[in-house]
Design a protein around this ligand. Structure first.
Ligand code: COA
Ligand code: MG
Length: 303
């Protein structure tokens, strides 16, 4: 299991790094994680300048307790290595993680890991920068187990269903909004990514939902992701932050039930019993594991 830092990722807000105004709005938002984007949300002609804007924002805005992440261009582009060098050089001590786009295999993630080793030494950074990885190529889904274990900087795997659908040839209504497939088109990928993430001790997070006026559709997708063990979902617009925070936080009722079940089990165990009932429902050690997930979330989110 990894010793990665526990960080909240219920709502990961995507903010175009080319927009000073949106960077400022992101800093004061309620999202618990913000990623400043250098990739798809930034036009090729604006990418170089966006690095400086992001570094300025990381160094000068008040991000409160938010996880601060920068999403970089993939290793096949002319921007990737300069994204890493410039962001870490200018803002490495005000950065928690870097998000890598479109890796095909572990080698692509290891490239970023090695770059960070060198840059952290060069700039004498005291805190290690973590890595988050987008699974958004068919090859990446095939290699997800290998990817999930290739660096001890890894913290999170994200299902990027927009690019993934392009990579596989899946038909979507809009990014994150399924077309006419008679089932949940994202089930297999979410299940597989979440399994790999949990096995490696990482967070699994669900990607974007482009139709930001459709809150009900967003919530449906978020609940599906949560049900499989994912801990959060992206927001591409501020209106998607509150629904994600709500869906991915246990309710106070769930937390108090988890505490009650856990206390009842400990009491039973002290009496030499393996299974007991709480309000007519059987509780055993497996149930304790399930409510343990709720209790861990309550601790992390301060509920
Ligand atoms: N982060 C921070 N602020 C944002 C934001 C974001 N992702 N998206 C919108 N806002 C701000 C807008 O600047 C606007 O601010 P204002 O009220 O002070 O003018 C406010 O929220 C409301 O925005 P709205 O007018 O509804 O939308 P818009 O036309 O300004 O922006 C998008 C719509 C889709 C262009 C914008 O949400 C966006 O760029 N999203 C991120 C896209 C992205 O990151 N894609 C890559 C990952 S999939
Ligand atoms: Mg993309």
């Amino acid at each position: 299991m990894s010793n990665r830092p526990a960080r909240p990722r219920r709502s990961q807000l995507s903010v175009p790094g080319s927009s000073e105004k949106m960077l400022q709005k992101a800093a004061i938002s309620k999202a618990d994680h913000v990623f400043c984007d250098l990739e798809d949300a930034v036009a090729p002609s604006a990418k170089v300048e966006a690095r400086g804007k992001i570094a300025w924002a990381l160094n000068n805005l008040n991000w409160d307790k938010k996880v601060r992440c920068v999403r970089i261009n993939d290793v096949t582009t002319e921007w990737c290595h300069d994204d890493i060098i410039e962001i870490v050089e200018k803002a490495g001590s005000n950065l928690d993680t870097i998000m890598l786009t479109k890796p095909y295999s572990a080698a692509d993630v290891i490239f970023l890991d090695r770059m960070l080793n060198q840059l952290e030494k060069k700039h004498k950074l005291e805190r290690r920068i973590g890595i988050e990885v987008l699974i958004e190529e068919v090859q990446a889904l095939q290699n997800v187990e290998e990817i999930s274990r290739c660096s001890d900087r890894l913290e999170c795997l994200i299902f990027g269903m927009g690019d993934y659908s392009g990579s596989q040839g899946i038909d979507l209504k809009s990014i994150g909004e399924a077309g006419s497939y008679p089932g949940d088109i994202f089930h297999y990928a979410r299940f597989r990514i979440t399994m790999a993430a949990r096995a490696a001790g990482l967070d699994a997070v669900d990607g974007p939902y482009a139709n930001f006026k459709n809150e009900e559709g967003f919530r449906t997708e978020a609940v599906r992701a949560r049900s499989l063990g994912m801990v959060g979902k992206w927001a591409i617009h501020p209106s998607q932050i509150d629904p994600a925070l709500e869906v991915f936080s246990p309710t106070l009722e769930q937390v108090s039930r988890a505490r009650k079940v856990s206390a009842a089990y400990k009491e039973a165990e002290a009496k030499g019993l393996g299974a007991v009932q709480v309000d007519g429902v059987m509780i055993d050690v497996a149930v304790l594991r399930i409510v343990g997930n709720t209790l861990a979330k309550a601790d992390l989110y301060g509920l």
